[in-house]
Design a binder for this molecule. Structure first.
Ligand code: IFM
Length: 462
């Protein structure tokens, strides 16, 4: 373990009490997750090009605390001690993303060997520590140079992404356990191009729909191209989902909940597993529906090895938008999201019911932002986050009992980091980061998760 930023001594913590009673398959993968832009910093080091998030953060008013990803958690420099930290959590896997502009600065043309070498060191470092690397290609940080040419709204970006996928797969695909094409394409399309609260900050519903189609198409083409390389890595995609419940039993609320489910989940899942867009959402989009070229849908519907699901909270839907989470009586996280573990079971069960071809499911992100400070004893007693993880892992166990083919669970996030438009104000980490000293301090939730994972491993070996 490194000297200056070593995690606090591994104090004992109660393992997650509810979850530990659950029955997980012996090969179930326990992990922690991060993404490049949120932790790496080193925004212009060693030949890295700017991403759309570097640009977006520099526009006044886009980020709550006026911050950016220039320094973040300095993971680009501290990757070795961070890997020690992950190893000491006892997890099987680390889910991370590659920064596209770090490895191919303009998204086209020359590759950046220094960037590629960084990820190769990271992957080798994980393997040397006995952990499986779970790589994501696109966790939102598109090279700015591609945005200047039209970004995800421009069909040529699909070809650039396929080149990027092939380049990374050739370099790392024989070492990593899995490659996910995109993380949460809904966020890129919706928040980046319709509401404009995320990079690139555009507000155009028609463009957003086209972006979603290009993301899906690039996924399918990248999987096909990577599959042709005959690599051992499993290939898939990661989607954000929330079960949508009608706020009342009224027809109007039920219809609206169905539509919201269509916009968030079926819009992505139907093309991936059924080769078509859902008709109700196409009707809703009307003239803003994407332009789809002949053959596109078949290219999207290629078999994948796994589906990653990111879950944080439920959706409660009323036709008049009157539902207020603050009045639900449920605990809220620092993001204002309801804590609702039952929603995770409901979601996983319904995905398995509606898409039986999704045969290997992971919860690739789950966690909560809570404002727990470092206490006088130098520790972070985040009972709220510990309880959140416990109850949500138990919810995954319940889904398994109901027959859902779950393969793994990853906590979001390994450490506090740049939470996009919220800047550094929201802390999702199970490891606390002091942004002045960059000291990492495992919170009580990290210790509980570690003890839980180690207990599972002992059962596995016993
Ligand atoms: O921090 C994000 C992550 O990048 C993608 N999924 C949701 C997380 C919490 O908002």
């Amino acid at each position: 373990m490194s000297s200056t930023n070593a995690p606090a001594p591994a104090a004992s913590a109660k393992p997650l009490p509810t979850a530990s009673a659950q029955d997980f398959p012996t090969d179930f993968v326990w992990g922690v997750a991060t993404s490049a832009f949120q932790i790496e910093g080193a925004h212009d080091a060693d030949g890295k090009g700017p991403s759309i998030w570097d640009t977006f953060c520099r526009q006044p008013g886009t980020i709550a605390d006026g911050s950016n990803g220039d320094v973040a958690c300095e993971h680009y420099a501290r990757w070795e001690s961070d890997l020690d930290l992950i190893r000491d959590l006892g997890v099987d896997a680390y889910r991370f993303s590659v920064s596209w502009p770090r490895v191919r600065p303009t998204g086209d043309g020359e590759w950046n060997e220094a960037g590629l070498a960084f990820y190769e060191r990271l992957v080798d470092g994980l393997l040397a520590r006995g952990m499986k690397p779970y790589l994501t290609l696109n966790h939102w940080d598109l090279p700015q140079a591609l945005q200047d040419l039209g970004g995800w709204g421009h069909r040529a970006t699909v070809d650039r992404f396929v080149e990027y996928a092939i380049g990374i797969a050739k370099r790392l695909g024989h070492k990593v356990a899995s490659v996910a094409t995109h993380n949460e394409p809904w966020v890129v399309a919706q928040l980046g191009h319709e509401t404009g609260i995320f990079a690139p900050g555009l507000k155009d519903r028609r463009l957003a729909a086209q972006v979603s189609h290009h993301l899906l198409l690039s996924h399918g083409l990248a999987v096909t191209a990577m599959r042709a390389l005959n690599l051992p890595a499993s290939l898939g995609i990661v989607l954000n989902m929330a079960p949508m419940y009608p706020a009342t039993d009224s027809d109007a609320d039920r219809a609206r909940a169905r539509l919201e489910d269509g916009k968030l989940r079926r819009w992505y899942m139907d093309p991936l597993f059924k080769g078509r867009y859902p008709q109700d959402v196409l009707d809703f989009l009307g003239d803003d529906a994407p332009h789809v070229e002949p053959g596109d849908m078949a290219k999207i519907q290629v078999p994948i090895d796994f589906l990653g699901i990111n879950y944080y909270s439920r959706g409660m839907v009323s036709a008049d938008d009157s539902f207020d989470p603050k009045q639900s009586g449920l605990e809220l996280t620092d993001m204002g999201w309801e804590v609702y573990p039952q929603g995770l079971t409901d979601l996983l069960v319904s995905v398995h019911r509606d898409y039986p071809d999704a045969r290997r499911l992971y919860v690739t992100e789950n966690g909560g932002a809570f404002p727990d400070p470092v206490g006088a004893d130098g520790r972070v007693h985040d009972a709220d986050r510990t309880r959140y993880l416990d109850t949500h892992i138990a919810a995954v166990g319940e889904a398994i009992r109901q027959g859902v083919p779950m393969a793994g669970y990853m906590v979001w996030s390994l450490m506090d980091n740049f939470e996009w438009a919220s800047g550094y104000e929201k802390r999702f980490g199970i490891v606390h980061v002091d942004y002045v000293t960059q000291r990492r301090t495992p919170k009580d939730s990290a210790l509980a998760y570690r003890d839980f994972v180690l207990a599972r491993r002992a059962t596995r070996q016993g």
